[in-house]
Structure formats: structure tokens, C-alpha cells
Design a protein. Structure first.
Length: 502
């Protein structure tokens, strides 16, 4: 694509591509994908987009818009990068440059996070006025789309728009001018604190911090801020302090209210890190426990400077010779058990033997159990799939009957019909278990020819009703078709209609 616009400061790549479609006068989402990426299957992703290399290749090198710059300055990646090890960050950035297929969202923790992504795009009306005055056009600012951020640090509450994310139009890049501004988001006073912290974090360019560094940082952090009860962390005081600072309702609505249980996220955050935590959890903990004196950026800077000693990073390994000729009596007895039973069954039969081997021959035990490992077969009998297939098929039949005679209905594609179901995720992930539904979807879904024919018939009947003069160009415009997108069958149908009018 010629003339891909340069992204404005803090503009999302999603917005830049949407503006490219406006500048080019492109009304077809698929053709826009073709021009920008050369791939019609790209999903319009807001937070961690993929195929970024296809964008950088269209900018001259003098602009300095390489993949690293686009990722750090025009996506939400800076919210997640500081809380992962460097090796994982390198993989995620490579996936974002190419075809991710969802791997970036899985590896970054977004897919399984307690902090859920926004369902709609948000905006700040006053910022739009400033953008229009400064740049001559408006764009989607990346701070507005950060999960849990409900206010603009400069102007106040953000407003939700009509642009839905991950809906049926997930391949469409929607410009901000096409968005309908809905209601303001309900914000509390602490939302200003969160928005300011996120605004600082999103400017960070961090390569990644190891889990051991975060572990030692929080160990020193709770000690220095007086949350110890002797040699142990006072988790009750930690939880009370967090709730008092942020408010129980706000934490609960965000999905990060710390519980009193051993599995509470705040306990895992302050203990040894075995996994990454979301930016919101880090902000909630560091700001509340320091009474606002330590920002998330200061915490990241301190954690990145933590030096992990060899003793802290040491792992216990017992060197064991797994040669079967030098095995002990316990090892021979265990191997004899494995010849008749699976490792799991053998463990249940002789727990004391397993415990001795675990203490004294750990490496050998892992090795021999792997050799005799038996793959388990999990058969899910919780769901009566034939019954569910019939129920969903009946629902699908009712939906189709309500839409079949409506000339103004959207394209009855397979995806559209699935999105009308109450349990659409169940259908999408279990087609092999739902043969009736799959067959009905094949039967009911409209082909491109059928959809274009319906649009043409709708436009023709509308113009006849209005007694308008029917010309080729006017009929095509009313039907929303063009010479390029029209199929051969529809071109023949159009000739028949026009010949009848002649």
C-alpha cells in the first residue's frame, strides 16, 4: 500500500491502519487488509497486534519506524514487558512481528489474566478536540484502551463507544470518526491514581525483568515498609492496607480483590515468583503498600537493578547413576512394580518406597517413571453432546427462520449465525461433537453470490417502490456493490434486471 500514514504520538497501530483506509477511500475491510498486509485473515487487534513487520516494510528507514519502535510506542506491549523474563519477551515480540495466531496473548498472560480486556473502545471527547486542532484529524489513543483505565489523567472520565472488540466484525479497522460516543464510564477517585500510574508505565521501554529479581524486590519491599510479623509477612495487614487504599468495590469490579485464602494473588506476588502478574496487580500492591510514595516506574527500576546471587538462584540436584547394573534394592523393587503397574498406581501401592526413592534417588526416579509413563485417556462424560446438539440445532433453526425472509438482514454467514447463539463459544470449539449444528450451518449460511443477489434484489425493490429511475450505476450504489467486488453470476443477474427495464 502506498502512503501508509505515519502514526501520531501515542496512537495505536489499529488507529493508524484505520486512518489508512480513510485516506485511501477504502470501504471494504478485506481490501484494506489486502493492501496493508497482503493477507485477508488478519484480525484487527488493539493491544498486541501481529504482522507488524508488514507495516515497517512500508515506511522509509529515515523515519526510524522499525518494529521495535512500533511495538513500544504504538501498542500496549509496555504494560506487560517489565513483568516477564527477557527471553519470553523476545519470543512475544517475534510473534508480534509475524503471524502470532494468538501466541502473544497466551505467552503474555492476557488470555488467562484476572484483568479482563475491554469489550469496547473508549475515548476522551476533550482529547479529540485537541487532536483535531493540533493534527487536523482524530485517532485512537492507546491509553484510552488500557484495561481498568476509566479516566483521562487530564480531562476526566472516558466515554464508551459503539465500537465492539472481538465481535463479528473483528477483521475491520474502524476509524474514530465512525464511532458513536455512548455513556461515560463510572469512575471513582482512585481511578485517577491508576490512570496516572498507567500513563507512566506505558512510556517505559523495559527489556524484561527475571522472576528471581521480582522475588527479591518484593522481599525487600515488604520489609522496608513494615509489613512483617517477626520473620513472616503479615498478609492480613497487607490485604487490609490494599483494600483501604483502593476500595473494596473498585478492586472487586476489577477482579483483583485479594482474598483471605492461601491461593490469594497477593500472597503469590509477595512470595517466590513462579509466574508473571498483571500490571494492575503490581500497581495495586506497590502504590498501596507504600502509601503512594513508590510509583510503578520506580518499582520497575528498583527490580531491574536487583542482583541475584548464586546462592539465591541455586537449585538442588542430586547426581545419580541411572545405570541399571548399579541399582539399589529399592530401585530394583520399584522397577519390578513398574513392570506390572503404571507409575501412579505403583506409588499408591507402596508409598514408603516412593518416598525413599524421592529423597535418595530423585533423578533416577524421574527418569524411570518417564520410561514407564502411560498416557492417560480422559473421556469427558459430563456433557450429553447428542442432546446439546439437538438443542442448539433447534435454536439455530429458530434464528434462521426469523432472518430468512428479511431482505435487510446482514450477511448470513457461518460466523454471523454462530454469533447469534447463546453459547457461541461451545459451538466454535466443539464442531466435531455437534454434527447436526455443523450440517445446519452449512445449509443456512449464505454464499457470496446469494448475499450479493439479495442486496441487489433489495435495492431493486426499493427503487421500484420509490419510482426512481433505475440505472446501472444507481442500482449498484444502492446495493453497495462495485464492479470489482461483484461476482460473475451477479453481473449476469444485473444484466437481466437492466434488460427488463430497457
Amino acid at each position: 500500500m502506498l502512503g501508509l500514514p505515519k502514526p501520531y504520538p501515542e496512537e495505536l497501530l489499529y488507529s493508524t491502519i484505520a486512518r489508512a483506509g480513510v485516506h485511501d477511500g477504502e470501504t471494504s475491510p478485506k481490501q484494506l487488509l489486502d493492501k496493508v498486509f497482503g493477507n485477508r485473515k488478519v484480525i484487527a487487534t488493539v493491544d498486541l497486534p501481529s504482522h507488524i513487520h508488514a507495516l515497517t516494510s512500508q515506511y522509509p528507514s529515515t523515519l526510524g519506524l522499525d518494529t521495535k519502535t512500533l511495538i513500544s510506542k504504538h501498542t500496549l506491549w509496555p504494560l506487560y514487558a517489565p513483568f516477564h523474563p527477557r527471553t519470553r519477551n523476545e519470543k512475544i515480540e517475534r510473534w508480534m512481528c509475524g503471524n502470532s495466531k494468538g501466541a502473544a496473548h497466551l505467552a503474555s498472560g492476557i488470555a488467562a489474566s484476572r484483568v479482563k480486556s475491554n469489550t469496547h473502545l473508549n475515548l476522551c471527547p476533550e482529547c479529540l478536540i485537541e487532536q483535531k486542532s493540533k493534527y487536523g484529524e482524530c485517532f485512537w489513543n492507546r491509553l484510552w484502551q488500557v484495561p481498568l483505565v476509566k479516566v483521562c489523567p487530564q480531562h476526566g472520565p472516558l466515554y464508551e463507544t459503539s465500537v465492539e472488540l472481538n465481535g463479528e466484525h473483528r477483521h475491520t479497522y474502524i476509524p474514530i470518526e465512525s464511532a458513536e460516543i455512548l455513556n461515560p464510564l463510572q469512575a471513582a477517585p482512585v481511578d485517577n491514581v491508576l490512570a496516572k500510574q498507567v500513563a507512566l508505565l506505558i512510556q517505559e521501554d523495559q527489556l524484561g525483568i527475571e522472576f528471581d529479581q521480582w522475588t527479591l524486590f518484593y522481599k525487600n519491599f515488604v520489609v522496608s515498609h513494615g509489613f512483617m510479623n517477626g520473620l513472616r509477612i503479615d498478609y492480613a495487614a497487607v490485604r487490609q492496607n490494599i483494600i483501604q487504599y483502593w476500595g473494596k468495590e473498585r478492586l472487586e469490579s476489577a477482579g483483583i480483590l485479594p482474598s483471605n485464602t492461601e491461593t490469594s494473588w497477593i500472597r503469590h506476588l509477595l512470595r517466590k515468583h513462579r509466574k508473571s502478574f498483571s500490571f494492575a496487580e503490581h500497581i495495586v500492591a506497590t502504590v498501596a503498600l507504600s502509601a503512594g510514595s513508590v510509583s510503578i516506574v520506580s518499582a520497575i527500576d528498583s527490580a531491574s537493578k536487583v542482583v541475584v546471587s548464586a546462592e539465591d538462584n541455586q537449585k538442588k540436584h542430586i547426581a545419580i547413576n541411572i545405570d541399571t547394573e548399579e541399582t539399589t534394592q529399592d530401585q530394583q523393587e520399584w522397577k519390578s512394580l513398574l513392570n506390572r503397574h503404571s507409575p501412579k498406581q505403583a506409588r499408591k501401592l507402596n508409598k514408603a518406597l516412593y518416598a525413599r526413592l524421592y529423597r535418595n534417588h530423585y533423578d533416577w526416579l524421574l527418569y524411570i517413571d518417564e520410561v514407564f509413563h502411560v498416557a492417560s485417556k480422559n473421556i469427558n462424560q459430563r456433557v450429553d453432546w447428542p442432546r446439546r446438539d439437538r438443542e442448539i440445532a433447534q435454536e439455530l433453526r429458530r434464528i434462521y427462520e426469523a432472518l430468512a425472509e428479511d431482505l435487510h438482514a446482514p450477511h448470513l454467514s457461518r460466523t454471523f449465525l454462530i454469533h447469534q447463539l447463546n453459547n457461541r463459544a461451545t459451538v466454535e470449539k466443539n464442531f466435531h461433537r455437534l454434527p447436526r449444528c455443523s450440517k445446519l450451518l452449512d445449509l443456512y449460511s449464505e454464499s457470496t453470490d446469494e448475499y450479493q443477489a439479495r442486496r441487489l434484489a433489495r435495492a431493486y425493490l426499493s427503487m421500484k417502490k420509490e419510482r426512481a429511475k433505475i440505472k446501472r450505476w444507481s442500482l449498484l450504489r444502492r446495493a453497495g456493490l462495485s464492479e470489482e467486488r461483484m461476482t460473475d453470476i451477479i453481473a449476469d443477474l444485473l444484466k437481466v434486471i437492466l434488460n427488463e427495464q430497457a
